[in-house]
Write a protein that binds this ligand. Structure first.
Ligand code: NAD
Length: 320
């Protein structure tokens, strides 16, 4: 039985992951933390504590107080926010990570901190991007993500900390809004499709990026944390993805259910240039072979579920 501390638990991933982990391991065994107070309880019922990850002592106190054995470190600034505030992004993403992995070392915790497709760069092969390849990211977010992969590997080899990670693609979800990433358009498009039947994409036509539906992302985290350690050869971090899509692909999938939906473009040069530095599609074979990664949602299945769930959440009552 795991006893888990989650940092950044109120974010897009953390809110759904916390609720799910509480179902799997029991409410009392999952301690949710974030730098801010929850506005409403979307993490399920259970313990919540304020924690700024730049404060190692506070993190350590929580691990001792609740006798924890696993640390899921999600607190970070995402790609677009990190580009606007690079110094703060370094502080939260790097110093926060160093604190977290140190706490894991001192207390013998299993450790998970997600990397991202942002850990790749313009020199990375774009299609079928291999697990091990050139990584020269050009964004502050990417620099912190590749450094996180290396630091996690270092702590595994040097100190034997059980570090595990995935390179998440853009994550699409209906529960909590994304926190300022380059793939956020792929969530916005569903909200606007239901509200206005039209959406102006800040990412240009033809820009393919990897994506995944949140239920598959949550399953992947739990599956990797439970995986047989002896089979993990690429611990930090596994390529994972469920689809490679451009804005017009998502629009076409939405139009199957909402034929009147229209996609236009209002391209944001900052996020477009970040997107162009990332791969088009990842090779996920190492995750499949080493711990059985197997996403359930393709673009069509995800689109149907997103529209159904959001229609209910937004009370838009669109006939689908
Ligand atoms: N969502 C995605 O599409 C995606 C894709 C790839 C990787 N990731 C990675 O997954 C992790 C979680 O991402 P997310 O989408 O849930 O992010 P998010 O922006 O939605 O949530 C991050 C949370 O961290 C909190 N936070 C910020 N500064 C903090 C601090 N100093 N101390 C404690 N908490 C702090 C925020 O309040 C927020 O609730 C990040 O490492 C991110 O890089 C996410």
């Amino acid at each position: 039985m795991k006893k888990i501390l989650i940092t950044g638990a109120l974010g897009q991933i953390g809110s759904e992951l916390t609720a799910r982990l509480r179902e799997v391991y029991g409410s009392q065994n999952v301690i949710a933390t974030d730098i801010r107070q929850p506005e409403f309880s979307n993490t399920g019922t259970g313990i919540f504590e304020i924690l700024d990850v730049t404060n190692q002592q506070d993190m350590e106190m929580l691990v001792e107080e609740y006798q924890l054995d696993t640390l899921i470190h999600l607190a970070a600034l995402l790609s677009a926010v990190a580009e606007a505030k690079p110094q703060l992004a370094w502080d939260v993403n790097m110093n926060g990570l160093m604190n977290a992995v140190e706490v894991a070392r001192v207390h013998g915790l299993q450790f998970f901190c997600p990397s991202s497709i942002g850990a790749f760069g313009p020199q990375t092969p774009k299609d079928h991007t291999p697990q091990v390849t050139i990584q020269r990211p050009t964004t502050m977010y990417g620099i912190t993500k590749i450094s996180g992969e290396l630091l996690s590997d270092y702590y595994f080899h040097k100190f034997g900390v059980d570090t595990r990670s995935v390179r998440f693609p853009g994550l699409i979800s209906y529960d909590t809004l994304p926190g300022g990433g380059t793939t956020d358009y792929a969530v916005d498009i569903f909200y606007e499709a239901l509200h206005k039947k039209t959406y102006a994409s800040f990412i240009a036509a033809g820009t393919k990026m990897d994506m995944m539906y949140m239920p598959d992302a949550i399953d992947a985290i739990i599956q990797l944390l439970e995986a047989d350690a002896s089979r993990l050869h690429h611990r930090n971090a596994y390529n994972i993805s469920a689809m490679s899509v451009a804005p017009e692909d998502i629009a076409r999938a939405i139009q199957k259910y909402l034929p009147e939906f229209e996609l236009t473009y209002a391209v944001d040069p900052v996020r477009q240039s970040i997107a162009e530095s990332w791969p088009n599609s990842l090779d996920v074979s190492c995750a499949v072979n080493e711990w059985g990664f197997s996403p359930k949602y393709d673009l069509d299945r995800m689109t149907k579920d997103m529209l159904k769930k959001l229609n209910k959440k937004l009370e838009t009552s669109v006939a689908l």
